[in-house]
Design a protein around this ligand. Sequence first.
Ligand SMILES: Cc1cc2nc3c(=O)[nH]c(=O)nc-3n(C[C@H](O)[C@H](O)[C@H](O)COP(=O)(O)OP(=O)(O)OC[C@H]3O[C@@H](n4cnc5c(N)ncnc54)[C@H](O)[C@@H]3O)c2cc1C
Ligand SMILES: *[C@@H]1O[C@H](CO)[C@@H](O)[C@H](O)[C@H]1NC(C)=O
Ligand SMILES: *[C@@H]1O[C@H](CO)[C@@H](O)[C@H](O)[C@H]1NC(C)=O
Ligand SMILES: *[C@@H]1O[C@H](CO)[C@@H](O)[C@H](O)[C@H]1NC(C)=O
Ligand SMILES: *[C@@H]1O[C@H](CO)[C@@H](O)[C@H](O)[C@H]1NC(C)=O
Ligand SMILES: *[C@@H]1O[C@H](CO)[C@@H](O)[C@H](O)[C@H]1NC(C)=O
Ligand SMILES: *[C@@H]1O[C@H](CO)[C@@H](O)[C@H](O)[C@H]1NC(C)=O
Length: 595
Amino acid sequence: MSPIHLLQLLIFSVCIYSFSVFTYLVFYYDLISSVLFNEVQSEYDFIIVGSGTAGSLIAHRIAKETNYTFIVLEAGGRGHPFHDIPAFGPLLHQSIFDWNYETVPQENACFAMEKAKCKLTQGKIFGGSSKLNNMVHVQGNISHYVEWFHGKYTKNYIEEQFNYMKSNIFHLSNIQYESNLSDAVLKAAEELNFNLLDKDFEIGFIKSLVTQNNGKRWTTSYNLETSKYVLTNVLVEKLLFNDSTCVGVQIHSPKKIKLFAKKGVIVSAGTFNSAKILQLSGIGPKTLLDSLDITVRKELPVGNNLQDHIGTGLDLVLFNNAQSVQMFDIMNPWNVFQYFFKGRGPLTTPGCEVVGFISTKNETTPDLQFMVLPVGISADRGSYLRKALRIKDSVWKKYFSQIFDKHSATFLTLLLHPKSKGEVRIQSSDPTVPPLIDPKYLSHKDDIRTIANGVLMTRKLIETESLKAIGAHINNLPFPGCENFEIFSHLYLECYIKHLTLTSYHPVGTCTMGLPDSNKSVVDTSFRVLGIDNLYVVDGSVLPTLPSGNINAAIAMMANIFFENNIKQRYSMNIKISCDKITFKELVQKVCPVR
Ligand SMILES: Cc1cc2nc3c(=O)[nH]c(=O)nc-3n(C[C@H](O)[C@H](O)[C@H](O)COP(=O)(O)OP(=O)(O)OC[C@H]3O[C@@H](n4cnc5c(N)ncnc54)[C@H](O)[C@@H]3O)c2cc1C
Ligand SMILES: *[C@@H]1O[C@H](CO)[C@@H](O)[C@H](O)[C@H]1NC(C)=O
Ligand SMILES: *[C@@H]1O[C@H](CO)[C@@H](O)[C@H](O)[C@H]1NC(C)=O
Ligand SMILES: *[C@@H]1O[C@H](CO)[C@@H](O)[C@H](O)[C@H]1NC(C)=O
Ligand SMILES: *[C@@H]1O[C@H](CO)[C@@H](O)[C@H](O)[C@H]1NC(C)=O
Ligand SMILES: *[C@@H]1O[C@H](CO)[C@@H](O)[C@H](O)[C@H]1NC(C)=O
Ligand SMILES: *[C@@H]1O[C@H](CO)[C@@H](O)[C@H](O)[C@H]1NC(C)=O
């Protein structure tokens, strides 16, 4: 490493270290105050497990629109407003606010990472994974939502719900800071005859729409009055039952206690942890539960059908001049001022400036998504991002550290509808032990082919006049481990993708929604766990397939539909009926709330 790169590494490391110390202080402050000041009732109408995208949305609407009592139990702590600075998002990966999960060693993927394991970042913080995400908002193809519910809701209904969320719940905005790259990419797309979109699911390119409010990260947890309804640093171990009715939850830490729910428990712990909680509670594959001596309460395919949006393309595009935010821009006091007082400037960058949807088969339905990030992981000289992905030393030395003199960008090519499916399995009945996660990335050959065609499309984009004009060129360094193949041949690309496999952290499917008689379903189209009363799963895990785009909006939509149809409807039914003058028929139907 040259002296200047070494100096950069030193400065970045000091800054990142300071931020990490700050994060620990915030965490311990919240931990101590939650232990000292939290008040708990032993019984509520509803208990919500997890304060992520789904859990917070449901909680907010219950608080605002009903008089039900409820509590949100969150394993992570509360962050600080500094943690909402969009450009700092990556610094939460691998921090105390990340579950720090990883895949088991992959047979066909993640070879560039230590032990062939890919990191699977998920938020362990009030707000969940949306506190760590790239904020890109994509609504996707509405037909997919209709399919997930097997036609129970129409396209019109889903669209109405999106409109409701846009005007009442979400804060969306255009990106507040963009590099020269984003316009250049849009021009390049036009050169290749792609449309510039105003909707986000047809073939074409569009600048990112982001979940930001005044340049600051916005998540569904912002709508919620935190102190009143959310207990942080509370790890839920398992569910409690009376026969086949879920009656509450067992908390593991800070203290072993039971909390009860009269009307229902809503599990919104995210795709990995919801599966884990169900399995720990005896709901899952019989062979798994038997092997761990867990009594089977209900045999269901919990943990199967795991799918994720994966791809490649890190630092695949190089420039002679910087295109975007540099590490030093983020430290510049003027930019910090701009962020706090105007909600603009480089600190608002979500990372991804443009998204594109293409079909590698020349069809009208996209099978691949581009996420254009004007930075690469060589930018921080190895002080942080490299460690967050666990890139192997040898790969770092031979590939990424070779391009320090250039400026890199990342055109992620992500497979929208993977054919490879994996699984999540607990490995112990101890709730503090992480589950074994085997996504079986690239186990289906078609997935490799689609991503490879995406990389070739990246190359075409880079070779357009518009991108050449800003000095873009493809990174022609052979990837370590793939040197024997002719560069960009199909065999080379297969090797490259199997080595540099990247997830966009969109796991879904482990508690699949479906028809009650299908052996793939865990919940029905009303989010009810099959065969168990008063137990619901609402989060990414219920999506039976991936949407055609980033998944946060889809998860919020599921939570919104859950509230509308399971809670609001039930609530309005209860309050409309005056129980003083109840008819005999109503009494028989038990529509009155029991006092
Ligand atoms: C790095 C990253 C980048 C992403 N980028 C984007 C993007 O740009 N656009 C987009 O649309 N999507 C993006 N996503 C995906 C999206 O943010 C997530 O899919 C979404 O937030 C998941 O919501 P959820 O409600 O299913 O779960 P989560 O938000 O993960 O919430 C689950 C919550 O439950 C808590 N919990 C878990 N287990 C327990 C337990 N036992 N007891 C108590 N609490 C528990 C967790 O701590 C967490 O707070 C990204 C995700 C990541 C990780
Ligand atoms: C909730 O209860 C309060 C007082 O008990 C009442 O004034 C209010 O109208 C109720 N709200 C709803 C939405 O029912
Ligand atoms: C379990 O449910 C039955 C029937 O609803 C009820 O009689 C019993 O009291 C319940 N047991 C507990 C421990 O709540
Ligand atoms: C972006 O383009 C403008 C005008 O073309 C130029 O002045 C500026 O230097 C460019 N910025 C970067 C970071 O290259
Ligand atoms: C894609 O399909 C269109 C019409 O369906 C056709 O005109 C065009 O030539 C095709 N392009 C390629 C690259 O095959
Ligand atoms: C949307 O999804 C439906 C159902 O899968 C599909 O038929 C349609 O082609 C998709 N539309 C687009 C534009 O991708
Ligand atoms: C599920 O059902 C299908 C046919 O309906 C069958 O082929 C398959 O083996 C079943 N899977 C399991 C795990 O039972």
